[in-house]
Design a protein around this ligand. Structure first.
Ligand code: ARG
Length: 461
């Protein structure tokens, strides 16, 4: 028969082995040990402040918990699944070390407020890591952008060549996405760093607790207002999973572009060997596996968000054991998001963009057609007509295997008398970019201003 449970007072029979296996969470929630121990230490200190423990007792508990932590960190701790979870494993080892005093730690506390606190501390620590990693990613993008403030890329809509843009402008668009991701995380932290300790099982407690003092001890910015909400709220996890999902969506979009650009038919980018693989049968191949894996892993992060939303949707108040299903989706998401960000930050500096290939596509794609239409409109031709004239000139040039800028003035005159010698400056691709002076556009001044803002954001001169 299994040993008596911590909660086993009213039970005559042992838990089924299969039930233990089915319900245990320590195999994954052991990862919460640092927050569990920090939270318990804060709880003990505040119990002493409230006069429930003596200062000596609190010190013995705090030191005992440090000893437990040292064992875990050293890999000497024996996790026991029959003790269900990280909380009971830690408490039981504490009691082994310091004796019956360990049993006083759980006064005025339930595992319901305890697990909520532990998970909040864990999610908050990991969100801070994501935020730092996003900074590294943005720093890597900025460096590439700085190297390509004169590289012209065929900008697309509908994935069809549309207008020339600076490669720096394109990369800076991703910086904006990642900066918003960091802001989303920042916002999520505000609601994550709220202490639920003192809510007890669901209704509060008869003991003279001081939830604010616990929150202060843990440097958490907020404290719960409603004990029932405190033990059943997992919105902070949903928000973290959503923030992670958006990060992955952004990474995945970029991966998709790199995969396309690395195809030799595009040839816009050469991949670093460190982040590509070869084929076991086709010697010529260099595959963009890191980008493909990242694009693929995005699915499991979206899945985790959906999984927790589904867990939460039918739960009556307050704590339900279903909530134990909040952890694995987050652990998996955390691993995926942090590794993906680290890989991206390390991989981006290794990309070699190929400006000549991009420029060749800009030419063959008639990316200066809008310029010709705008030029005619500026000469008083109604824009609809200018659009039509330009379309005819494009069709002619395409047949002749030329770019618009290669047509002679006589050829142009066939389409409109309004076209003069000055058309050639308008059709020049560098000039197309320079004339885009609108705020936030691809013009060099706007790109320089964006670079300055992003540099400031990453804390660089
Ligand atoms: N492993 C549990 C969880 O993750 C800990 C809290 C258990 N609380 C309880 N009343 N059984 O939710």
């Amino acid at each position: 028969m299994a040993e008596k449970k911590m909660w086993g007072g009213r039970f005559a029979e042992a838990t089924a082995t299969l039930m233990e296996e089915y319900s245990e969470s320590v195999s994954f929630d052991w990862q919460l040990f640092a927050g569990d121990i920090r939270g318990s230490q804060a709880h003990a200190r505040v119990l002493a402040k409230q006069g429930f423990l003596t200062e000596d007792e609190a010190k013995t508990i705090v030191d005992g918990l440090d000893a437990v932590k040292a064992e875990i960190v050293a890999g000497d701790f024996e996790w026991n699944t029959s003790m269900e979870d990280v909380h009971m494993n830690v408490e039981s080892r504490l009691t082994e070390i310091i004796g019956p005093l360990g049993g006083k730690l759980h006064t005025a506390r339930s595992r319901n407020d305890q697990v909520a606190l532990d998970f909040r501390l864990h999610v908050s620590a990991r969100l801070r890591v994501w935020r730092e990693l996003l900074r590294d990613v943005v720093a890597a993008f900025v460096e590439q952008a700085e190297a390509h403030t004169e590289t012209i890329l065929p900008g697309c809509t509908h994935f069809q060549p549309a207008q020339p843009v600076l490669l720096a402008h394109h990369l800076l668009a991703y910086c904006q996405m990642f900066m918003r991701d960091a802001a989303r995380i920042e916002d999520c932290l505000k609601r994550t760093e709220v202490s639920p300790l003192g809510a007890a099982a669901l209704a509060g407690t008869t003991h003279p607790v001081n939830p604010q003092a616990v929150a202060d001890d843990l440097c958490m910015g907020g404290v719960f207002a409603n004990s029932m909400d405190a033990v059943s709220d997992r919105d902070f996890v949903l928000e973290a999973l959503f923030a992670g999902s958006v990060v992955m969506a952004h990474l995945s979009r970029f991966c998709e572009e790199i995969i396309i650009w690395a195809n030799p038919n595009f040839g816009f980018v050469k991949l670093p060997d460190a982040y590509s693989t070869g084929s076991s049968i086709m010697p010529q191949k260099k595959n963009p596996d890191a980008c493909e894996i990242m694009r693929g892993k995005t699915g499991r992060v979206f899945g985790s968000l959906m999984s927790l939303l589904t867990v939460l949707k039918g739960l009556p108040m307050t704590y339900n054991r279903d909530l134990q299903e909040d952890k694995e989706p987050f652990f998996d998401t955390d691993r995926t998001v942090s590794m993906s960000l680290a890989v991206m930050a390390d991989m981006v500096p290794g990309f070699t963009f190929v400006p000549e290939r991009m420029r060749a596509t800009v030419r063959s794609g008639f990316l200066n057609a809008t310029e010709l239409a705008d030029y005619l409109a500026a000469k008083g031709v109604p824009f609809r007509e200018a659009h039509h004239i330009t379309g005819a000139a494009v069709a002619f040039a395409e047949d002749a295997g030329k770019g618009l800028e290669d047509l002679t003035l006589d050829e142009f005159k066939e389409f409109s008398d309004s076209i003069g010698e000055d058309v050639y400056e308008v059709l020049d691709y560098d000039a197309c970019i320079k004339r885009r002076t609108s705020p936030g556009g691809t013009g060099p001044d706007s790109v320089a201003a964006q670079l300055a803002l992003v540099r400031e954001w990453i804390g660089r001169e």
